[in-house]
Design a protein around this ligand. Sequence first.
Ligand code: HEM
Length: 377
Amino acid sequence: MAKFSALILIAVIRLAVALPSYESLVGLNEREINEYIARHGVAEIPNPPLPLADGSIKLVNNPSHPFIPAGPTDIRGPCPALNTLASHGYLPRSGVARPDQIVTAVMEGLNLGNDFAKFLAYQAFLMNGNPLTNLMSIGMKTPGTGPDPPKPALVGGLSQHGTFEGDTSMTRVDAFFGDQAVFNEDLFQKFIATSAKFGFNGTYDINAAAELRNDRLQDSIKTNPQLVFTSPRIISAYSEAVFPTIFFVDGRLNNRQLTIDAARHFFDFQMMPADFHRQPAPVNFTMVDPLTKAIFNKHPFSPGVNHGKNNFVLQPQTPPLADFCGIYEDIVLRVIPGQYPRPHGVLRKALNKNLGFLFGAVHAEHNCTQVFPFGRD
Ligand code: HEM
């Protein structure tokens, strides 16, 4: 009997692996999870990487990290930084990675500070990754992340709309209009025009960032009947507007003015410019937060959703951009349990471990209180 159910389970897994990605993986039930684990063992969850031993400036587009365009089976997604890091081999070129690999890649390749890197990577992993196999796609859903935990878990990869990925992106259309993960030339032309009008010498700087961020929101309010602009999307939208002025600028210059040529490399070619050097020192929340605040202050907004075009309804019950700990709690107490309503056993353990890593990243620089959606271990 045990042999029979093991065979069925293998068949289920094989089937899951064979099916096309979007309708693919059959959510395992608890018994199947236990059987799967008895057979394959549970993926080891390494501790988060420590800060870099040497966080100084460095040539990162170097011979040991050559650009190789994504092959037909390599996955790329909505994040220009992770796409580029995968195309230079800082991440697995396949586009499927463990969260700790993502932390290492953004520290090594772009000099993100350790806390900041962990905040982004573990938050994304909890919303878009597979806690059982410890793998996440940086783009579309894929069988490459192994058999899924039970639904409503999505394990959708970073392209999964309505999790980390959301509306009003700078170079991607809203999901309502098409593929929300793919670079869009028309929007990039808007990026260039906004930089020409507001940025110093036509560069994408903090002033251009403030105007483009606001423009993208106003445009979606007018045109996208299904616009959602609430926590947690608001925090990624505002920090992602600032990131290119820091991390995509060569660390030797480090003037917070991104040339259109360098922007074209990262956003469109998924490639570091020739001779690119990372930031001269690790960049943490203390450096990013004031810039995010500055662009918010130029064009403040309140979170809301569209009920039809041009009908933006405020959502006062959700945390605003200024409430960092409120957004942390919203992710941990609402968004993640939305996918994992009643996790048990190893699944719960894996989730709790990753939740601990996430909190470790937020409490150093933000004085938040830890919350436990699945109880304490
Ligand atoms: C460390 C882990 C990271 C994760 C998990 C991550 C994830 C994501 C995701 C899911 C999106 C899509 C959001 C959306 O527009 O709907 C995104 C967009 C973006 N990311 Fe990342 N990201 C990471 C690091 C970085 C870094 C280090 C940079 C540095 C420049 C960066 C720059 C951007 C930018 C500029 C966008 C916006 C693209 C656009 O609006 O067109 N990301 N990222």
